[in-house]
Design a protein around this ligand. Structure first.
Ligand code: FAD
Length: 359
């Protein structure tokens, strides 16, 4: 690593999306480095709650080039995913430098200065692959600051034991809400609150179907055809074993919405009050793009205007892995390869006009 030279590409972030980009960069003549703020490999995965499993079997959860080893379980566990992502980084000898917190990016004449907590780096192009995990989102519900109980975002939730015998409100109708409800309800008295009625996928489909849906949409749009979403009218909660088990115990029911907090709990839309010891926010994430604010404008959740993965405002900046707006299924292990490959191809063409890229 040389900090006083100008790299062709610097990737900010060292999770699965950065590694997928690294995989394709290895095949080029471009000089690049990956800067990650964590002390060890795995991106967001080491921070996930202990019982988190993937939505799809191992063979449908692979980064480009190397299949995830088969799991003993139907869906790979958190530990298996961390092992895979870390081994992937080693296998392809990807140049990840840790820990480097990128604080800010500035544009000089024809290159970027990447300011980290330790030193500055310089690069002609940038890929931001910082994910969402660092920006937990909590909606602005009236009175949130007066509630005297515990409040925790799913980003910091590890295991149910801390909630034993408590009355716990689980907020959010997504997969994290369903999975955390499933295990906290075993040790605590839980209530599930959601804005919309939770929708469950049929038992026999999993994340593969979501990926197929994203692919069908991608190819239809590429061919200029209309996408028939009705063929894919499926719920969004995957019935992983823990959620199926919770259904057997009859706990997967939402009480609807609440409108405000009180000191001891919440006020439901029908005006009734209910007390809680704790609230777990499973309300998703924004996008970790604060480091780009000097060179680009973002919306309130950190989203940036892109064409494909390329920033519309800053032509030498690409964004990979943040979800739908940076490529269909790009926030998944299996989906990010497609975005990464297209991104590296575009960067190489931009930098040296080399149309003979071997991906
Ligand atoms: P991350 O893994 O978050 O990596 C980004 C890296 O950049 C991190 O190391 C971060 O610390 C670092 N970083 C951030 N800001 C900076 C900065 N300023 N400077 C330097 N470094 C920085 N995905 C699947 O593929 N299959 C699944 O079945 C699946 N199930 C999921 C279930 C749940 C409940 C959840 C919440 C997520 C699931 N995901 C699944 C999604 C997956 O966890 C994330 O989408 C994935 O980790 C994103 O990878 P990434 O590399 O883009 O970001």
């Amino acid at each position: 690593m040389l900090e006083d030279k100008i790299y062709d590409v610097i990737i900010i972030g060292g999770g699965q999306s950065a590694l997928a980009c690294g995989y394709y960069l290895r095949r080029t003549n471009l000089e690049y480095v990956i800067l990650d703020n964590q002390v060890s490999c795995g991106g967001a995965w080491p921070h996930a709650w202990d019982s988190l499993t993937l939505f799809s079997p191992a063979e449908h959860s692979s980064l480009p080039g190397w299949l995830m080893p088969k799991s003993e379980h139907e869906f790979p566990t958190k530990t298996e995913v961390i092992d895979y992502v870390c081994q992937y980084e080693k296998r392809y000898k990807l140049p990840v430098e840790r820990p480097f917190q990128v604080k800010e990016v500035k544009k000089e004449a024809s290159y970027f200065t990447i300011i980290t907590d330790k030193s500055n780096f310089y690069s002609k192009t940038i890929i931001s692959a910082t994910g969402t995990f660092g920006t937990p989102f909590i909606p602005n519900v009236p009175g949130r600051e007066i509630f005297k109980g515990t409040q925790l975002h799913s980003a910091y939730y590890q295991k149910p034991e801390g909630f034993t015998d408590q009355k716990v409100l689980i907020v959010g109708e997504g997969n994290s809400g369903a999975q955390i409800l499933a295990e906290v309800s075993k040790v605590a008295d839980t209530v599930w609150t959601t804005r919309k009625t939770p929708e469950f996928l049929p038992d026999d489909v999993d994340g593969r179907v979501l990926f197929d849906q994203a692919s069908a949409k991608y190819y239809a749009e590429k061919k200029g055809e209309k996408f028939d979403a009705s063929k894919y009218n499926l719920g969004n909660i995957v019935m992983v074993p823990s959620v199926k088990e919770a259904r057997k115990r009859d706990v997967l029911h939402s009480k609807g919405q609440f409108k405000a907090f009180t000191e001891s709990g919440v006020l439901w839309v029908n005006g009734k009050e209910e007390s809680f010891d704790a609230v777990i926010w499973c309300t998703g994430f924004g996008f970790a793009t604060d480091h780009l604010k000097k060179i680009i404008s973002t919306d309130e959740r950190g989203k940036i205007k892109t064409k494909g993965t390329r920033s519309v405002e800053e032509e030498n900046l690409w964004l990979v892995g943040y979800g739908g707006w940076t490529g269909f299924a790009s926030a998944t292990l299996i989906g990010v390869g497609r975005s990464a490959r297209a991104t590296i191809k575009e960067i190489q063409t931009t930098l040296d006009g080399n149309e003979n890229y071997q991906a």
